[in-house]
Design a protein around this ligand. Sequence first.
Ligand code: NDP
Length: 239
Amino acid sequence: MTKPLIVITGASSGIGAATARLLSAKGHPLLLLARRIDRMEALELPNTLCRAVDVTRREAMMAAIAEAESRFGPVDAIVNNAGVMLLGEMARQSPDEWERMLDVNVKGLLNGIHAVLEGMVARKHGTIINISSIAGRKTFPSHVAYCGTKFAVHAISENLREEVSGQNVRVITIAPGAVETELLGHTTDQAIKDGYESWKQDMGGVLKAQDIASAIDYAYAQPQNVCIREIVLAATRQP
Ligand code: NDP
């Protein structure tokens, strides 16, 4: 049987790329969105459309989804995964950094929801998977704006779930602890980066992107009448 279309944002590296590989192996056609199209095309996944879309650009995201739906049928799930983490102390951090986190992690996620929700509600079927973080449940040093964006993802997800559950649309929040990806690489404060790296080493390593992909796949693969509302997962030795 043909599997339905899944959209993954931030699919050019880390968790998004690992999720794309896994869901493609399960037979789903995919729409992959991120700015680095070469990295998504290099995954060489079958039945997959890759589009260079910045998630803060709502119209571009909607156009790419419309294109994918005309080729593969309606979107059954979106994984709102695109995100940036620019750690910093508020007294010293450039406002450009916290603006970017709010734009990508919050507005970009809302753009993804907006682009697919009307269709899901009309069809009374669909799944929205939002990637938050343990930093959306508790706070950490130098994480003020990042935690703010991820606490917002939890609030948005839970309130959205309440709003659309009656229309048979599932909303799932995945909240990972530290994962080995490119995420930390964008932080500009070298002392904070070094501290984070030694924290990871002290606990004997962190999760792999594939661990999060497996959690996403597990939640999505449940029957439509089962909604795993939230998965929080981290390396066993993460405090
Ligand atoms: P990566 O940096 O490896 O991946 C981030 C992805 O987001 C990239 O594909 C990047 O693509 C994309 N992205 C960034 N900005 C934009 C944008 N404006 N428009 C479209 N895509 C964008 O990090 P992870 O895989 O770790 O991050 C994925 C998600 O997981 C994030 O939401 C992150 O907050 C969350 N997370 C990660 C944890 C970790 O420890 N790694 C822990 C908890 C949560 P491109 O640059 O090509 O646009």
